[in-house]
Ligand binder design. Structure first.
Ligand SMILES: N[C@@H](CCC[C@H](N)C(=O)O)C(=O)O
Length: 274
């Protein structure tokens, strides 16, 4: 069986996307997904997504990490699948779609490569020593550091992600350094088990954590520089709850193609009826 795929990137966080509106692709296959995400033996990607039909919404986003396991929300993936939905003609200027953490609203530019995605509201931010910990759709650890360009994000991020507090469920680890305007962020991602060029739920967590750190309230905009480009966060904070959180930035189709996957990705008649 040949699988048609599309490759997208959002600030260098890259994904394989598949149109599964007809529902005939069996994606519950960690081996297949991890092999397609492999950068040497596959297409390469930090994750893989399936755009599916979902009653009451424009579409449903089904997300897998590069390790082939289904995961929590992916912010840059969410922005890329919105660009993909526009490319497919499923949406035009805005959308309401369903993801693993619930419904999301998003707006897309006429050019189709700039997406502003509403994230879930956040009301719980805890501390782990100096770090901030919260769930922005995915779990995140945020630590302020200096000289971030020189930091060994892989080694230090992996060590935090695998410490006894986080080992079982995992966590994404973000290091942040203030810039003249906004912040520079580098992230070690769970499920990729490596540093990625950007993480949308990660920069969201950083922007919220820095608002708390700096005791800012009201309507806040935060520019964030990542290894793969620039992202912007806009949100409201009343001192207790973060609401109207929008993650904004590029979402670009890189290429498309087809890949031979044998019969691995096809539902058998038996599976279809379960
Ligand atoms: N890159 C994503 C986050 C994807 C999920 C993450 N790896 C996890 O398992 O929590 C983003 O842009 O938010």
């Amino acid at each position: 069986m040949k699988l048609n795929f599309y490759k997208y990137q959002g600030a260098g966080n890259d994904f394989i996307l598949v149109d599964n509106r007809e529902g005939n692709i069996n994606h519950h296959n960690p081996k297949l997904i991890s092999s397609l995400c492999d950068r040497r033996f596959g297409i390469g990607g930090d994750g893989m997504m399936f755009l599916q039909h979902r009653e009451g919404y424009d579409f449903e986003m089904v997300y897998y990490n590069a390790d082939g396991q289904p995961s929590s929300m992916c912010g840059n993936g969410g922005r890329c699948i919105v660009a993909f939905a526009k490319y497919l003609g499923v949406i035009t200027k805005e959308t309401n779609f369903l993801a693993v953490d619930g419904p999301h609203y998003a707006k897309i530019s006429a050019s189709g490569d700039w997406v502003s995605l509403q994230m879930i509201d956040v009301d719980t931010v805890t501390r782990d020593n100096e770090a901030y910990v919260m769930n922005t759709g995915s779990p995140h650890y945020v630590q302020l550091v200096s000289d971030l360009a020189q930091k060994d994000v892989f080694t230090e991020g992996r060590s935090i992600r695998n410490n006894p507090t986080y080992l079982a469920k995992g966590i994404n680890v973000n290091f942040v350094e203030p810039l003249n305007e906004g912040y520079f962020v580098r992230t070690y991602e769970r499920g990729v088990e490596d540093e990625t060029y950007a993480c949308g739920t990660g920069v969201t967590a950083v922007a919220l954590a820095m608002a708390k750190e700096n005791k800012q309230t009201g309507t806040i905009s935060t520019p964030i520089k990542v290894l793969g480009g620039n992202l912007n966060l806009h949100f409201n904070y009343d001192g207790a709850q973060f609401t109207h959180i929008f993650l904004e930035g590029p979402a670009v189709k890189v290429f498309e193609g087809e890949v031979e996957v044998g019969d691995l990705a096809e539902y058998t008649a038996e599976e279809q009826t379960v």
